[in-house]
Design a protein around this ligand. Structure first.
Ligand code: ACO
Length: 379
C-alpha cells in the first residue's frame, strides 16, 4: 500500500498504540475501563477517588487502599507558594483554562520528583496524586480571586467532588449536587486515545516530565471540538433561550452549516455510552432546583439533530446543563473536565513511560520542490 493510500485525515481509524486502560466497545456501546463497564461504576455508587485509583493502578482499591489513597490526596491538598502567587497576580480577565494550563505547568517548580527528574513508575504515580489533589484548588482559587474574593480552604471531611463545589461557591454543597458532580467526574475521567490523551502520550514518549505531558493534555482539551464543547454547548443553549425556539434554532444553524456543540463523536456513531448516566444526573439536578428549561432545550435539540442528521449528543451536552443547574460559572466547565481527566492522562503517561518508544509518525509532503535560492536583494 502506498503512503498516500494509508493516510487517514485526522488519523480517523488509525491504530496509534496499545493500552490496557480503557476502550470503547462500539458493538455494545459501552466504555470498558480496566475491565469494568464505566456505567456500572456510576450506578454502583463508586466515588471519583475509587475510579482515579483504578486508573492509576490495575484494579479498584480495597477499603484500606482507598483510605490510604484518600489520605495521600488530603496531604497534597495545598498549593505551593509560587502557584498561589501566580493565581493572585493573574489578570482577572484570563480564561480559567489559560490560568489552569499555566498553573499545572508551574506545579513542576516544586514537585520533588519532577525536580529530581524521576520518571519511574512510582514517581509518576506520586506526581499524579499531587496533580489530582491540587488542580481543584487551582480552579476554585483562580475563580474566586478573579471575582475579588478570597480562596476557600478545602475541608478534610469532603470528597474531591464535594470540595470542588464547596471551594468554588464557599457554601456547603447539597447531596444531589455532590452526586451529580461525582458522576460527571467519573464519566469524564478517561476515554482512550482521544486528542488530549494522545497529546499527553506524545509528550511523555520523549521522556518529558509528567507535568509537561499533563500540560499538553490540558492545552489540547481546551478547544471547542474537544473538552471546550461543554462551555460552547451551554452558550448555545443560552442563545436558543427557550424550548419553543430550540427546533427552529437548530434547523437554522444546520442550514448555515454551523457545528452544533455537544453533538457528534469520532468513535460513537450510535450514541455516546456516557450520556444516559449523565442525563439521569442532569434530570435530578433539574428536579431538585425546579429549573428544567435547559434540559428541555437539550432534549429538543437532540430530537432535531437525530431526525435531521442522525447525530447523537455527546457527554458535554448533559454535563453543560447539569453544571449550569449547579450554578457553576460557564468558564469553569472545561477546567472541571480537567480535574477529572487528569486521572486518565496520568494513567496514559505512566503506561507510555513504563514501556516507551518515541511517538514519531510520518506525513505526506505537499509543498514545492527544486526551488533555487537567490540572495534577498535579488528576490
Ligand atoms: N454539528 C453538525 N454537524 C456535525 C456535527 C455537529 N456537532 N458533528 C459532526 N457533524 C457532521 C459534519 O459536518 C460532517 O458532515 P459532512 O460529512 O456532511 O461534512 C459529518 O458529521 C462528520 O463529521 P466530522 O467533523 O468529520 O466528524 P469527526 O469525527 O471529525 O468530528 C467531532 C467529531 C469533532 C466531535 C464533531 O462531531 C464535532 O465537531 N462536534 C461538535 C463539538 C463537540 O461537541 N465536541 C465534543 C466531543 S466529545 C468530548 O470531548 C467529551
Amino acid at each position: 500500500m502506498s503512503e498516500a493510500n494509508s493516510y487517514s485525515p485526522g488519523l480517523a481509524g488509525v491504530i496509534a498504540g496499545e493500552s490496557a486502560i480503557s476502550c470503547i466497545d462500539v458493538e455494545r456501546n459501552k466504555l470498558n475501563m480496566r475491565g469494568y463497564d464505566l456505567v456500572d461504576l456510576t450506578e454502583g455508587g463508586a466515588s471519583f477517588e475509587e475510579v482515579a485509583y483504578l486508573l492509576l493502578h490495575d484494579d479498584l482499591p480495597s477499603l484500606g487502599q482507598l483510605a490510604a489513597f484518600n489520605d495521600a490526596l488530603l496531604i497534597e491538598r495545598q498549593l505551593p507558594d509560587a502557584v498561589a502567587h501566580l493565581l493572585r497576580t493573574a489578570p482577572a480577565k484570563a480564561h480559567p483554562m489559560a490560568l489552569l494550563r499555566t498553573a499545572v505547568s508551574a506545579l513542576a517548580y516544586s514537585d520533588a520528583d519532577s525536580l529530581a527528574g524521576d520518571t519511574s513508575h512510582e514517581a509518576n504515580v506520586r506526581k499524579a496524586v499531587r496533580l489530582l489533589a491540587k488542580v481543584p484548588l487551582i480552579i476554585a482559587a483562580g475563580h474566586r480571586l478573579a471575582q475579588g474574593q478570597e480562596p476557600v480552604e478545602p475541608r478534610d471531611d469532603l470528597s474531591l467532588a464535594a470540595n470542588l463545589l464547596y471551594m468554588i461557591s464557599g457554601e456547603e454543597p447539597k447531596a444531589y449536587a455532590i452526586e451529580a458532580m461525582n458522576v460527571s467526574l467519573i464519566l469524564y475521567s478517561e476515554h482512550g486515545y482521544n486528542a488530549s490523551a494522545f497529546a499527553a502520550r506524545v509528550a511523555a514518549s520523549t521522556l518529558a516530565d509528567m507535568h509537561a505531558a499533563i500540560t499538553a493534555g490540558v492545552a489540547t482539551l481546551g478547544g471547542p471540538l474537544h473538552g471546550g464543547a461543554n462551555e460552547a454547548a451551554m452558550e448555545m443553549m443560552l442563545e436558543i433561550g427557550t424550548p419553543d425556539n430550540a427546533r427552529t434554532w437548530i434547523l437554522d444553524a444546520l442550514q448555515s452549516k454551523r457545528k452544533i456543540m455537544g453533538f457528534g463523536h469520532r468513535e460513537y456513531k450510535s450514541g455516546d455510552s456516557r450520556v444516559p448516566a449523565m442525563k439521569q444526573a442532569g434530570l435530578s439536578v433539574s428536579q431538585e432546583t425546579g429549573e428544567d428549561r435547559w434540559r428541555q432545550i437539550a432534549e429538543i435539540s437532540e430530537e432535531t439533530m437525530l431526525a435531521e442528521k442522525g447525530i447523537f449528543p455527546n457527554l458535554d451536552l448533559p454535563c453543560a446543563y447539569a453544571y449550569y443547574g449547579l450554578d457553576i460559572p460557564i468558564p469553569l466547565f472545561t477546567p472541571i473536565f480537567v480535574a477529572s481527566r487528569i486521572s486518565g492522562w496520568a494513567a496514559h503517561v505512566i503506561e507510555q513511560q513504563d514501556n516507551n518508544r518515541l511517538i514519531r509518525p510520518n506525513h505526506i509532503y505537499t509543498g514545492p520542490v527544486g526551488r533555487t535560492y537567490k540572495s534577498v536583494g535579488d528576490r
